[in-house]
Ligand binder design. Structure first.
Ligand code: GLU
Length: 476
């Protein structure tokens, strides 16, 4: 048996971390079992659908590297299929036409609620006589299609994550499969799709567990075996409420735009509810090799942004500097360090060097890109406290002299610069520690940063000399 799984987002919102984790678990399961990962958009809810979100959802999946093998399919393009499949159930007497109007149903609902009963369809159209049906048709009523469910019994879901969950039939009624306008209900479309797409494992969010008994009844009506269900627990915020905008970033793109690496987010999401001993850091290949539904915890997972940033820092520290450097380009623009055109032409080596020099300190690509402001442009500001503290007239004079001493250093590299600086300071009867901080402030506007000579090398001769010489003007 080939494993076939699907991720089935409804395009009603952006891809957020909960959805991305569901996609990831499906993808990992497919890869681990050499199966097929299918993408399907559940877009039959005309009121809530936002077609403009399809492309961003696809892009979020691509960015995470969760590439699908089949699809994307769109339920909105499969409406005739749902009608055909509904017709089969009607012919076999497993479904029936219901002519009740929305007003009639609403009146019954209200009455049930008033009597403190659970509103359920009363089965009025289950066994209409031909005459009754004719009358309704003559009145111009458009029928919906309802499933005929067994009158009693239980439905058992053997969930791969949750274990055994039982549902009593008394909780269910003859629910609608096709609305009177011919559109399928959510549960019906899902089952027809899962059957026709040959889905073997349904791995989806916990919130769909309550739909599962209905879906099982539809499988039974078709005489089709049910797939294995695995309901992935919710993602909660630290305060144990549902993760939402008010807790900060929730959408995949928000994390990308803050400078989180896709491999860090994937690693983090994989561990959100799934564990493998104490191991925290996993490459994609390790995830594929070790992932299993048995090790997904049935209880809710807590989203911990600090841990995500810790993983991000790990991937920043250990990633290929050249690749990371290229990833900095959009951040140079986003942080208003330079224009898009300028960001395009920054030499790769400069970006690579920034990564190498600063990655020990950065938690995100945003933080890693920030030093480019003083390294690659003159568009930065000086910390007034640092200026006051370190740029005394005596140090300014020394810096001017140093600028002259460094003017002809060749090549303009950290080692040569250090040697020339030390020699000059010695000739002035002073030492590097006397000038290191003033020099750093003059060059970068701040007191913390990477190694001084590496910084000079990266900044280039012209900027270094100009800043050393013009530093007096900062005090004016
Ligand atoms: N379309 C549903 C959602 O976005 C998923 C349903 C399913 O996986 O069965 O929540």
């Amino acid at each position: 048996m080939t494993v076939r799984v699907r991720f089935a987002p409804s395009p009603t919102g952006e891809l957020h971390v909960g959805g991305a984790r569901t996609a990831l678990f499906n993808w990992l399961f497919a890869r681990k079992h050499k199966g097929v990962f299918i993408l399907r958009f559940e877009d039959t809810d005309i009121e809530r659908n936002r077609p403009e979100l399809i492309e961003p959802i696809l892009e979020s999946l691509r960015w995470l590297g969760l590439l699908w093998d089949e699809g994307p399919y769109f339920q909105s393009q499969r409406l005739s299929l749902y009608r055909e499949w509904a017709e089969k159930l009607l012919k076999e007497g497993k479904a029936y036409k219901c002519y009740c109007t929305p007003e009639e149903l609403e009146a019954k609902r209200t009455a049930a609620l008033a009597a403190k009963q659970k509103p359920k369809y009363d089965g009025r159209c289950r066994s209409l006589t031909a005459q009754e049906e004719q009358n309704f048709i003559r009145e111009g009523r458009q029928p919906a299609l309802r499933i005929k469910i067994p009158q009693s019994g239980t439905i058992v879901v053997e969930d791969a994550i949750r274990g055994r969950v039982e549902f009593d039939f008394s909780e269910l009624d003859d629910f609608i499969l096709l609305r009177s306008d011919g559109r399928p209900t959510y549960n019906f479309a899902v089952v027809v799709d899962d059957i026709t797409m040959g889905i073997t494992h349904v791995i989806r969010a916990d919130e769909h567990l309550n739909n599962t008994p209905k879906q099982i009844l539809i499988y039974q009506a078709f005489g089709h075996p049910t797939p294995i269900f695995a309901h992935v627990p919710m993602v909660l915020a630290k305060d144990r409420s549902k993760l939402s905008k008010r807790h900060g970033a929730t959408a995949v793109f928000e994390f990308r735009d803050r400078g989180v690496l896709p491999e860090a987010l994937v690693n983090y999401l994989a561990r959100l509810g799934w564990s493998y001993g104490d191991q925290e850091i996993f490459s994609k290949d390790e995830l594929i090799a070790n992932f299993s539904l048995d090790a997904v915890h049935p209880s809710a997972a807590i989203f911990d942004e600090e841990k995500l940033l810790w993983l991000n820092q790990h991937y920043l520290k250990t990633g290929d500097p050249q690749r990371l450097g290229e990833l900095l380009r959009p951040f140079l623009v986003k942080l208003n360090i330079m224009s898009e055109a300028e960001a395009q032409v920054v030499p790769s080596e400069k970006l690579t060097q920034i990564v190498v020099l600063f990655r020990e300190r950065a938690k995100t690509l945003t933080e890693l890109a920030e030093p480019a402001r003083y390294l690659l442009t003159d568009n930065f500001s000086y910390d007034p406290e640092a200026v006051k503290k370190f740029l005394t007239p005596e140090k300014i004079a020394l810096l001017k002299g140093l600028a002259e001493a460094l003017a002809s250093v060749e090549p303009f590299t950290a080692a040569e610069l250090e040697q020339a600086t030390r020699a000059y300071l010695e000739s002035q009867g002073t030492a590097l520690k006397e000038i290191a901080q003033p020099c750093r402030v003059a060059l970068t506007g701040r007191t913390a940063g990477a190694g001084l000579f590496e910084t000079m090398e990266l900044m280039g001769r012209e900027r270094v000399l100009a800043r050393m010489k013009s530093v007096a003007s900062l005090l004016a």
